[in-house]
Design a protein around this ligand. Structure first.
Ligand SMILES: Nc1ncnc2c1ncn2[C@@H]1O[C@H](COP(=O)(O)OP(=O)(O)OP(=O)(O)O)[C@@H](O)[C@H]1O
Ligand SMILES: [Mg+2]
Length: 375
């Protein structure tokens, strides 16, 4: 939200396009989670591969291989972990890296699993070192060594565990130590969703929420959702509110556009702060290069906010580049804000080389790669 003094609180609770879940969002999200692999939309490659792993495990009547789900927030890792347990027909235990600060915390969880159970370990990259080492042995041999006592008198008591399937989730696969990564039988790399998949997700969610949504509106919301189902569902809830309060309850194209304009989410999913950063970069600094801290001061924000909240998507959307000399706007950024780069600037030269239609049409130039690599 924006305060009277113009400062901007970018916490996910307020920011419509944040990929992370807001604190009140859990219940809303769980109502929209697909429960089976068949109803999970998109990520076809991951679905095919995972489906095989699960089917083979069921056929063998054994616990499935450990699975690592890697990818940015809001793409469906938690959803998939629940689907894995459901498809295997076993219970699901949920814990997270930050909850396992001592090896004993992990030992307690592991020793209380029932045979075949799925243990979902969210944010696995944030587990303590001690827990991590215990996990190696547990994953490989279904055994832990519980250390009793301290110093020279300490003894390790081996404890057998029931076979289980670990499902780890991480937004930062690069931070996982090699030995841990190697112990997963299957790693699912999740990509951003393309517009067509987001549209299908929106149509499904709208049906669950009992909101009439036509296909033009679904396409419009999808194109502003940054390739992320969580954002798509959140925008849908706001559009629904608008339709109920200001419209007739059903969502048509005009309602979707008006609602998203009211919430300041533009055609490619930039919000007010994203646009403020771009605007400052272009108008005040001629497109850069400019240092991060200078740019942050220009929009009245902390450097960290600009860096972690705005930049990842601006970079992904091809609007901003991080260079050793500072932040630089791409030609697409000028086009997107409807500005003309100064004559002789690098952006002007590059813009002159853009094909005609790309220079005239925001969507083509700015969102071309938004959905990331195709599954
Ligand atoms: N493929 C999909 N089909 C339909 N809905 C989806 C899909 N993927 C995600 N969603 C919806 O998006 C929301 C967020 O998904 P989820 O919580 O699984 O993301 P996540 O990857 O675990 O995020 P985080 O990294 O923040 O934990 C959920 O409400 C879920 O219903
Ligand atoms: Mg999650």
């Amino acid at each position: 939200m924006t305060y009277d003094d113009g400062s901007y609180d970018a916490s996910p609770d307020d920011r419509l396009v944040a990929p992370e879940a807001g604190s009140e969002e859990a219940a809303l999200e769980s109502a929209l989670r697909p429960r089976t692999l068949d109803t999970f939309i998109g990520q076809q490659r991951v679905k095919d591969q995972l489906g095989l792993v699960l089917e083979a495990a069921v056929a063998r009547g054994r616990a499935a291989d450990h699975v690592l789900l890697a990818g940015p927030p809001g793409l469906g890792k938690t959803t998939l972990s629940m689907i894995i347990a459901a498809e295997l027909g076993v219970p699901l235990r949920v814990t997270s890296g930050p909850a396992l600060q001592h090896a004993g915390d992990l030992a307690a969880v592991l020793s209380s699993l029932v045979p075949g159970e799925v243990l979902f370990l969210d944010e696995i990259h944030r587990m303590s070192r001690a827990a991590e080492e215990m996990l190696y042995l547990a994953m490989e041999d279904f055994r832990v060594d519980v250390i009793v006592g301290k110093g020279p008198g300490a003894t390790a008591i081996p404890l057998d565990l029931p076979p289980f399937t670990l499902v780890g989730a991480t937004t930062r696969a690069g931070l996982l130590p090699g030995p841990l990564r190697d112990r997963f039988g299957f790693t699912a790399h999740m990509d951003f969703y393309d517009a067509a998949d987001l549209e299908r997700i929106l149509v499904r969610s709208a049906a669950l929420l009992d909101v009439p949504l036509d296909s033009d509106s679904a396409a419009e919301i999808a194109s502003r959702s940054r390739g992320t189902p969580r954002v798509a569902n959140r925008l849908l809830r706001r559009v629904r509110d608008y339709a109920q309060v200001r419209g007739e309850g059903h969502v048509d194209f005009a309602v979707a556009q008006a609602a998203l304009a009211l919430y300041e989410v533009d055609e490619i999913g930039l919000d007010r702060l994203d646009r403020a950063v771009l605007d400052a970069l272009l108008r005040r600094f001629g497109g850069g290069p400019v240092g991060l801290s200078t740019l942050a001061v220009a929009v009245g924000e902390e450097s960290e906010t600009v860096e972690t909240v705005c930049e990842p998507f601006l970079v992904r959307a091809g609007l901003l580049a991080r260079t050793p000399r500072g932040r630089v706007a791409t030609p697409a950024a000028w086009v997107h804000l409807g500005l003309v780069p100064p004559v002789g600037s690098a952006a002007a030269v590059q813009a002159a080389m853009l094909p005609f239609d790309a220079a005239g049409d925001d969507d083509a130039s700015a969102t071309g790669d938004e959905a990331g690599p195709q599954a």
